[in-house]
Design a protein around this ligand. Structure first.
Ligand SMILES: Cc1cc2nc3c(=O)[nH]c(=O)nc-3n(C[C@H](O)[C@H](O)[C@H](O)COP(=O)(O)OP(=O)(O)OC[C@H]3O[C@@H](n4cnc5c(N)ncnc54)[C@H](O)[C@@H]3O)c2cc1C
Ligand SMILES: NC(=O)c1ccc[n+]([C@@H]2O[C@H](COP(=O)([O-])OP(=O)(O)OC[C@H]3O[C@@H](n4cnc5c(N)ncnc54)[C@H](O)[C@@H]3O)[C@@H](O)[C@H]2O)c1
Ligand code: SF4
Ligand code: FES
Length: 802
């Protein structure tokens, strides 16, 4: 039987994906011809932003190379725009091809403002490899770039142009960026970060004319202002490419109208991708287009398929140093309730919109580690009435997916949003096709081959499924968007090359953003201090804001002051001092904290140094990534059950290890008997007195990542407790990711590994020696602020919180 003739118009992402699916389902059914207007094989359009930002090359974004077409006997006609479709033929300038079935997948065009001057040289869209090449070329001869449109495309283009060395302005019509994806709070954080990276913004600006002779020289705005420009990139949305279909007599509204099986009103013509309009919606992201491709392939090959019923989409911005995710509804309304978390200092904002116990909108900025889980809840309309807000939102600690998360993840949960691949499909590929790396998973299932956001999660699934067989090499996690280097690589380079300052690390390791971002600067400052404790001078301005000020800012802009109370023990004298200070400075709230101390809440910034002076007590570091408190029970001195002296051990521990920088906050607890009144089992390290010694528990957590500590070992003496604590602290300092709590870290490195290591006397000694050297570098910060006028001036008089 002779094969049927299938023609595809549009050699882009949706069309070629449909052909791939058709070949999988019915390899011999068709003679296939593909017309492509562009002169390239199918490439990953999504990655054009990464090409512009120097993260990959044009060659690296080809998805189906020339050989693929040959191997599949596809007649590929590139550089050929289809100009006309007749009943059973398509015509381009040089070719006419017959068809039995025709797929139109012509994508979209950039929307170009219909204003005077819009056709001048130097005015372009951002859609194709050619646009990318134009931007590269322009940047070698010109300096001033203006991007019109502060949406996803405009901001990715702006960042790319900045990377090409241009001076970049973004002109945006509404009052805040990405208004379709973000609410004002998240948008403000985004704008601030992009401004720090060097992009300038002109908001509320409507362009009315592009001026210049043959080439663009500037823009004029409706308010009478103007700006000079050598290059203008229009990124103000897209228009479905449906003219050809319209001329053919197909039913076209905004896009080519299709039913749930991607059929047009003409029996043997189908449409898929951005050019298609399904249930009055046209899409501009790849995930729904791939869903459409699957349904169409099944329909054409006569295989059973569910109808395509539309898609819920989620987006993120591909800009170095920015972590955001958005899906569903964005703005609150009277029918929604929301859970919000806004931590301006760590640059994290999360908003979950809920209607009738179901998530209907997600906006995450600064920490998107929960995006997959939340997106699943949204897409599946899961009833969340049984969940607490804590369970819905994690704590913004940079959240890693643990082995437990993977094992409880449902098999049908979508892992790769771009390609709609589930956990079940990946596990199946591992088990049935023997894949062992993220790249191989991509080859087999396509997961991870578009934006790449899902690669860490794929890596975790592989690691969970394969254990030691997993080839983790291709999935290293970069420290932040400013660099492709992982934490391990950076630490190794600092040691090997003897890099001594943050600037030097960024320069030598080729940071994409020379100022760094709010993620990498504090991390680098920490690494350098940890590696070179004797030489490195702390860069206070690179610290997270609360640490920079040695005080925790409160909701209303005032501060809290929490003095140290070693082991939770105080005295009448200290209590008197605290009472006097509270009265003198009209402190509105005096409260016992969860860590057995007294906090003064609501202190004005200008009073901070005087309050510290009058208190004359050490800082309790209630704001720091360091040892917070050592909680103790009263123990054998007073309690009839006590077998050990918990208070004196707690005081000794706190006195020895206070002020030490750690990857994240670190808490200790000491109970004098297994009744465990000091909750030692949910501390980073906890001690429980038993007859003749102490049990040592590690990696407990009483916060959002609730976790019971693991028994590390049992020791006999206080000296051994101090030694093991020092070794554990130093090993955690040297090996955990920055902002990784011990509870997450131990899940990652494994309890057995740490147990084995701390069973080695020599190792314990070496770790303690390095720790002791580090401990020498710290001074009492409140005392310094009181005594050093420069510090006082810089941080407590003039400083602006930005
Ligand atoms: C810079 C950039 C970044 C993006 N980032 C993301 C992202 O992070 N995530 C995401 O999900 N989506 C992203 N997108 C959108 C995504 O790339 C598109 O949704 C997707 O490419 C659309 O696929 P398509 O096949 O419908 O259209 P296209 O990929 O545009 O393919 C259509 C093809 O048809 C050709 N064609 C048109 N008319 C004719 C004709 N008459 N004859 C012959 N050929 C013709 C065109 O030349 C084109 O090659 C991004 C887009 C851009 C431009
Ligand atoms: N990371 C991603 O997922 C990604 C990246 C790039 C592109 N894309 C897709 O590509 C398509 C095009 O993206 P886009 O950003 O151009 O479209 P968009 O419609 O998402 O955003 C356009 C932006 O331009 C603004 N705007 C409109 N008219 C303006 C004017 N006259 N002056 C100034 N600003 C104006 C709008 O307010 C809007 O914020 C979209 O479908 C998008 O989803 C996605
Ligand atoms: S832990 Fe034991 S010793 Fe300590 S207070 Fe409680 S019961 Fe008493
Ligand atoms: S989520 Fe984009 S490639 Fe997987």
């Amino acid at each position: 039987m002779s094969k049927k003739k299938l023609v595809l118009v549009g050699n882009g992402m949706a069309g070629v994906r449909t052909i791939e699916e058709i070949i999988k389902l019915a390899p011999d059914k068709y003679d296939i011809t593909i017309f492509g207007e562009e002169p390239h094989p199918n490439y990953n359009r999504i990655q054009l932003s990464n090409v512009l930002q120097g993260k990959t090359t044009l060659q690296g974004i080809i998805m189906n190379d020339w050989d693929w077409y040959k191997e599949n006997n596809i007649n590929l006609l590139t550089g050929e725009e289809v100009l006309k479709i007749e009943e059973d033929k398509v015509h381009s300038k040089n070719h006419t091809v017959d068809f039995d079935e025709l797929i139109i997948a012509t994508g979209s065009k950039p929307f170009i403002l219909p204003i005077p001057g819009a056709t001048k040289e130097g005015v372009i869209g951002f859609r194709t490899i050619q646009d990318c090449k134009d931007m590269f070329e322009t940047s070698t001869a010109y300096k001033r770039a203006v991007v019109i449109g502060g949406g996803l495309l405009g901001l990715e283009a702006a960042r790319g142009l900045l990377d090409l060395g241009m001076d970049v302005h973004v002109v945006h019509l509404p009052s805040y960026l990405m208004e379709k994806q973000l609410d004002p709070a998240a948008s403000t954080m985004l704008q601030k970060e992009l401004e720090q990276q060097g992009i300038k913004f002109l908001m509320n600006k409507q362009t009315v004319e592009i001026v210049g002779n043959t080439r663009v020289e500037g823009l004029k705005f409706i308010d009478g202002t103007s700006i000079e420009a050598d290059l203008v990139v229009m990124a103000i949305g897209i228009v479905p490419n449906s003219n050809l279909a319209k001329e053919t007599g197909l039913y076209v509204n905004r896009g080519i109208v299709v039913n749930d099986f991607m059929e047009t009103n003409c029996e043997n013509i189908f449409a898929v991708g951005e050019c298609a309009e399904h249930r009055e919606v046209t899409y501009g992201l790849v995930a729904p287009l791939y869903e459409q491709a699957k349904v169409l392939a099944a329909r054409i090959t006569g295989k059973p398929t569910k109808p395509y019923e539309g898609s819920v989409t989620g987006t993120q911005l591909k800009v170095a140093g920015i972590d955001l995710f958005s899906a569903g509804e964005i703005l609150d309304d009277p029918s929604t309730k929301s859970i919000k978390m806004h931590n301006e200092f760590d640059g994290v904002y999360k908003k979950i919109l809920i209607r009738e116990n179901r998530i209907v909108g997600i906006v995450l900025y600064g920490d998107t580690s929960d995006s997959t889980k939340l997106f699943r809840m949204l897409a599946k309309k899961e009833d969340i009435s049984n969940l607490t807000s804590v369970a819905i939102l994690s704590n913004g600690d940079g959240g890693t997916t643990t082995s437990d998360d993977i094992s409880t993840m449902p098999s049908d949960e979508i892992v790769c949003g771009c390609t709609v691949v589930t956990k079940g499909t990946i596990v199946q590929a591992v088990k049935e096709q023997g894949v062992t790396s993220v790249e191989e998973v991509g080859g087999c299932t396509n997961a991870g081959r578009s934006c790449g956001r899902c690669k860490p999660l794929i890596s975790n699934i592989l690691s969970h499924t394969l254990g030691d067989q997993f080839k983790a090499t291709s999935t290293k996690k970069s420290l932040c968007g400013c660099t492709t280097n992982s934490r391990e690589e950076i630490v190794a380079e600092i040691k090997e090359k003897g890099l001594t300052t943050i600037k030097e690390v960024m320069y030598v390791l080729g940071w994409k953003n020379e100022e760094g971002c709010s993620k990498c600067r504090p991390a680098l400052n920490y690494f350098l201090g940890m590696i070179f404790p004797e030489e490195y001078i702390d860069d206070r301005n690179s610290r997270l804001v609360n640490e920079k000020l040695h005080a925790n800012i409160q909701k209303d802009g005032t501060y809290s002051v929490v003095p140290r109370m070693y082991g939770g023990v105080t005295s009448a004298q200290d209590l008197k001092k605290i009472a006097e200070v509270a009265e003198k400075y009209n402190v509105p709230l005096v409260k016992l904290t969860g860590g057995q101390r007294i906090g003064l809440f609501g202190v004005k910034k200008e009073d901070l140094t005087s309050v510290w002076k009058d208190l004359d007590m050490p800082s309790g570091y209630a704001y720091g990534k360091t040892l917070r408190t050592v909680k103790t029970c009263v123990g054998s001195q007073h309690c009839r059950f006590g077998t050990q002296d918990s208070m004196s051990l707690g005081i000794e521990l706190e006195k020895k290890f206070e002020r030490l920088d750690t990857p994240h906050k670190f808490k200790m607890g000491v109970s004098a008997c297994p009744r465990n009144c000091a909750e030692a089992g949910i501390k980073d390290i906890g001690f429980v007195g038993i007859d003749g010694g102490w049990e040592i528990y590690i990696a407990g957590n009483g916060g959002t990542d609730l976790r019971a500590g693991d028994l590390l070992c049992t020791v006999k003496t206080k000296a051994e407790v101090m030694e093991i604590t020092g070794a554990f602290l130093q090993y955690y300092r040297e090996n955990a990711n920055y902002l990784e709590r011990t509870s997450n870290w131990i899940e990652r490195v494994g309890l057995d590994h740490v147990r084995q290591l701390l069973d080695n006397k020599e190792m314990i000694q070496e770790l303690n020696q390095r720790l002791d050297t580090s401990l020498k570098r710290y001074i009492e910060p409140w005392k310094e602020a009181v005594e050093n006028n420069t510090v006082k001036e810089t941080y407590y008089t003039k400083v602006q919180l930005t």
